[in-house]
Design a protein around this ligand. Structure first.
Ligand code: CIR
Length: 258
């Protein structure tokens, strides 16, 4: 994700018929309505296009039920793409078309075993990165990220086991500002890099936003979070995400921005 003027292009990937088999252990208990997931995904893509993003939509892959969550496959920095080793081995087959699409514009840097890292754990905040150590991202993965973005500082934060990724629960709505839940990620790491707006724990899912300057794409249905953001002067664009959330996915998960 990024801020005003920083999102030029996005790669997204369509919803397969097999989406009902997508992994779901956190926010969701599994998708139940593939047609509705497709409607929600299409509305998301249309909204990105409305904001002037050049969106490349990759063919879906029935062998990969989680393939819509392309964010996890790459970290983009300085004209290069770090191709991750997703923490869930069953997702590593998603890589090839994403790598091909990114390779048309960027230098590709592969991640080597035993490193694992999901792009959902990597958040750029100003002139540094914050990376989540999670069930998907291991210390060798965070080291690979450090090597990839050096000399840019990388701050590590432990993601509690009841949450999927850093960006599942914390993103940046504006330069120098983070949005996070009030009950976790409280070790001071976030506050060391930005002002942190905290929202009620019941609205943790609402912390995943995509910023276009002052305008934010947000998940529909998180009224306390929306009120806090509107009070701060943001203009909100709520999107229905129920069938994306059902597979533990959030707004940022559906794109690689570059
Ligand atoms: C998974 O468990 O890997 C997918 N069902 C959800 C991935 C969501 N991606 C993200 O938060 N970046």
């Amino acid at each position: 994700m990024g801020h005003s003027g920083t999102i030029a292009r996005a790669i997204v990937r369509g919803v397969p018929d097999s989406y009902q088999q997508a992994t779901a252990n956190y926010f969701g208990s599994g998708p139940t309505d593939v047609s509705e997931a497709r409607r929600q995904h299409s509305a998301y893509v249309a909204t990105l296009r409305d904001f002037g993003v050049a969106v490349t939509e990759l063919d879906t892959d029935e062998e990969c039920p989680d393939c819509i969550f392309v964010e996890d496959l790459a970290v983009i920095y300085n004209g290069r793409a770090l191709l991750t080793r997703p923490g869930l081995a069953s997702r590593r087959g998603e890589m090839q078309p994403v790598a091909e699409a990114l390779g048309a514009a960027l230098e590709l840097v592969p991640m080597e075993a035993p490193a694992t890292l999901d792009g959902g754990d990597v958040l750029r905040v100003g002139n540094c990165f914050v990376v989540g150590l999670s069930t998907r991202t291991n210390p060798a993965g965070t080291q690979a990220l450090r090597d990839f973005v050096a000399p840019m500082p990388v701050h590590e934060i432990v993601i509690p086991d009841d949450q999927l990724h850093l960006k599942s629960i914390c993103t940046s709505p504006d330069e120098g500002v983070l949005l996070g839940p009030e009950h976790t990620l409280l070790d001071g790491t976030l506050e060391s890099v930005a002002e942190v707006i905290r929202v009620p724990a019941t609205e943790t899912y609402g912390c995943n936003v995509i910023a276009f300057g002052n305008e934010l794409l947000v998940a529909a249905g998180y009224p306390a979070t929306h009120a806090i953001l509107e009070q701060r002067g943001f203009q909100l664009h709520p999107l229905e995400m129920s069938q994306i959330r059902a597979a533990d996915g959030s707004l940022t998960c559906l794109s690689v921005f570059y």
